[in-house]
Design a protein around this ligand. Structure first.
Ligand code: ACO
Length: 400
């Protein structure tokens, strides 16, 4: 804390907190994290209860509205989301402009931003009804856009949504069906992916959510604000960690697998190597991330159901975790597996390519982003976000 009077001749206190380690930027009633206990609650409900007893759209409804839906509310909400799954045909033309080998997050950032050019009937951000329509549109269309980006990368025709399937079943079909072969949704796979969506739906004021709030605080178009969140999520220290984690596991596997774990861990502990154990550590959790426990459980279920019990990457991940949890370096720094440590193994088993992992995360996190954006705009006293700085440049001087 710096006395602002000395800095700028103003009254009041000025906090300098790089990385926002100890500064709350808003009030929120959506998600609670106790990092020391390893506890995560959405609207007061523990994440393990939601992941075990609810589907993703029920959790989306909860995050957006504060309560779990009654059966009638759930039916209406599912129908509403289903009604909005199509995107404008001109979005396909826009997609054709991207290189086939573009990263899906580059494509998704563009596609989500482009939605802002199509929906002019719901952009009055002061109108709660408009905000709700934008929220539903985003939740409904994200799976369609992610599947479109995937099909584009393959050079395959796009598969249109089939609205008698569940949210997650429909997404799987849009991803994996072709005009030649229909795709039968596997119940275990559908449940596992739905759980991945639930575990990623919100996580209070992480970097991408803070980005959405800051961007949205200027009153910008909601689709543009969510596109900013997608862009932020892409980074390897945030949502890109699941992709980086699977690449890490594959690289250790290629160099000899479990036998090479000790050598790899020595590199991680050597500060000069620049190597981190991806999928480990968290700004808030200083205990086991509860999502990682659920993800490990889901990993076992999916690999078992698909006959992949001996998956070498799962064995490798378990061995890395075992060693890390006993190692002084990790114990002293309270580094535990985070949600990304096991989610890549599940997604790989389902057939999702590594480069699409972060886009799947974005699909799920859209619920949290839009709920947090709506919460901010519902506050009659909300202000545009405008961080201050600690100026370290030249003092005033004259051009000679
Ligand atoms: N491997 C090795 N060492 C680590 C790791 C790791 N994964 N994470 C943190 N450390 C070490 C740091 O080197 C530092 O050591 P030091 O005190 O000796 O300098 C100490 O632990 C604290 O780390 P910071 O980077 O200061 O912690 P911060 O809270 O800023 O970073 C982060 C958190 C970015 C998640 C970090 O742990 C990391 O890079 N993890 C790997 C990437 C990852 O898995 N990200 C996903 C996060 S979850 C999500 O976004 C869904």
């Amino acid at each position: 804390v710096v006395d602002i009077r000395k800095l700028y001749g103003q009254t009041g206190m000025f906090t300098y907190d790089p990385g926002f380690m100890a500064t709350a930027a808003c009030e929120s009633a959506i998600t609670y994290i106790d990092g020391d206990k390893g506890q995560l609650l959405y609207r007061g409900y523990p994440i393990d209860q939601l992941a075990t007893n609810c589907d993703f759209l029920s959790v989306a409804y909860l995050i957006m509205n504060g309560e779990l839906p009654s059966p009638d509310q759930k039916r209406d909400f599912d129908n509403l989301v289903t009604h909005h799954t199509l995107v404008h045909e001109q979005m396909h033309t826009f997609l054709q402009g991207f290189r086939r080998d573009a990263h899906p997050m580059a494509v998704l950032t563009g596609l989500v931003g482009a939605l802002s050019a199509f929906y002019h009937d719901s952009t009055d951000i002061t109108n709660p009804r408009h905000r709700e329509v934008s929220a539903i549109r985003l939740i409904a269309k994200l799976p369609t856009l992610v599947a479109m980006a995937y099909k584009h990368s393959l050079g395959q025709p796009f598969i249109y949504p089939q609205n008698d399937l569940s949210y997650t079943g429909n997404f799987l079909r849009m991803m994996f069906a072709t005009p030649c072969d229909d795709y039968q949704v596997n119940d275990v796979v559908e449940r596992a992916l739905d759980r991945i969506f639930i575990l990623h739906a919100d996580h209070e004021q992480n970097a991408s959510t803070s980005t959405v709030r800051l961007c949205g605080s200027s009153g910008t178009n909601p689709f543009a604000a969510i596109a900013a969140g997608v862009a932020c999520l892409w980074g390897p220290a945030h949502g890109g960690a699941n992709e980086a984690c699977l690449n890490m596991l594959e690289s250790i596997q290629a160099q000899g697998g479990v036998a090479k774990v000790g050598e790899f861990m020595e590199k991680v502990k050597d500060k000069n190597s620049g190597v981190r154990l991806m999928g480990f550590g968290h700004r808030v959790y200083k205990n086991y991330d509860p999502r990682a426990k659920l993800m490990q459980e889901t990993c076992r279920e999916v690999l078992g159901a698909l006959g992949l019990e001996n998956d070498p990457l799962f064995k490798l991940a378990m061995e890395l975790e075992r060693i890390a949890l006993e190692d002084k370096y990790f114990v002293d720094r309270k580094l535990y597996p985070n949600v990304d440590f096991y989610s890549g193994i599940v997604q790989r088993a389902i057939g999702i390519p590594t480069s699409l992992f972060t886009a799947i995360f974005a699909l799920a996190r859209t619920v949290g982003w839009i709920a947090q954006w709506n919460e901010m705009l519902s506050d009659p006293d909300y202000k545009i976000g405008r961080p201050r700085q600690l100026y370290t440049g030249a003092a005033v001087r004259n051009v000679k």
